[in-house]
Each structure stands twice: as C-alpha cells, then as structure tokens.
Design a protein around this ligand. Sequence first.
Ligand SMILES: *[C@@H]1O[C@H](CO)[C@@H](O)[C@H](O)[C@H]1NC(C)=O
Length: 111
Amino acid sequence: MPNCPASMSQPPPQSKGSVREEKELLVYLPDINATCSVLTILALLSQPTASYVPLCQYQEPFFYTGAHRGLVEKVQKELKSLTAMIEERNRIIALPYPYLSPNHIENSVAI
Ligand SMILES: *[C@@H]1O[C@H](CO)[C@@H](O)[C@H](O)[C@H]1NC(C)=O
C-alpha cells in the first residue's frame, strides 16, 4: 500500500532526496502481510455496526424533556434538511457521495 502505508519498516531517511530508486523505497514500506493485516482491520472497522444509531438520535430519555428537547428537535430538523439536500444532489451527479450525509454518520464512536 505505497500511497498510504500504516507503518515504516525502517527509520525514515535523514536527508531529503536520498531515496531515488524504487528498490530503495520498498525497504521502508511494510511487507505484504502487515499491509493485509491493516487492510483487514480497516475493512472491519468500516462496517456499519449492528447497533447503528444515526447522528443526533438518542435513546436516553433526558434528551426528550425540557430545554434539551427543543434543541435536539431543531438539530434533527436541520440534519434532515441537509440529508434531503445531499440526496437530491447525489441523484443528479455522476458519482454520488453519500458518506458524509447526516443519516450515514454514527451518533458516537464506539470501537
Ligand atoms: C506472510 O504470511 C505467510 C503465512 O503466514 C507466510 O508464509 C509468508 O512468509 C509471510 N510473508 C512475509 C513477507 O512475511
């Protein structure tokens, strides 16, 4: 994975421009097994979770009472509007980009 190696197998060169040939560069890159391990982990971590909760959706009741309720509803409305805008834009472009649409973003990170 030369364009995005997860590690280096040697300390970096100390002077700029000292690595000129491909075989010199390959010494710094992780071997194929290390690269496969990283790709496997990235693929696993990129899967949607079974307990997926979209951004600004809460299961805890304290977000649905008092002052919190109005704020949560306001943000949910804005996110819904943004989602609709992104979906509309994705319908007409050649290469849709749904990844940062609010309905595709987890409410929290849990690894
Ligand atoms: C990668 O792993 C396989 C299976 O364990 C092993 O046979 C092979 O020698 C390893 N390759 C490298 C470059 O370490």
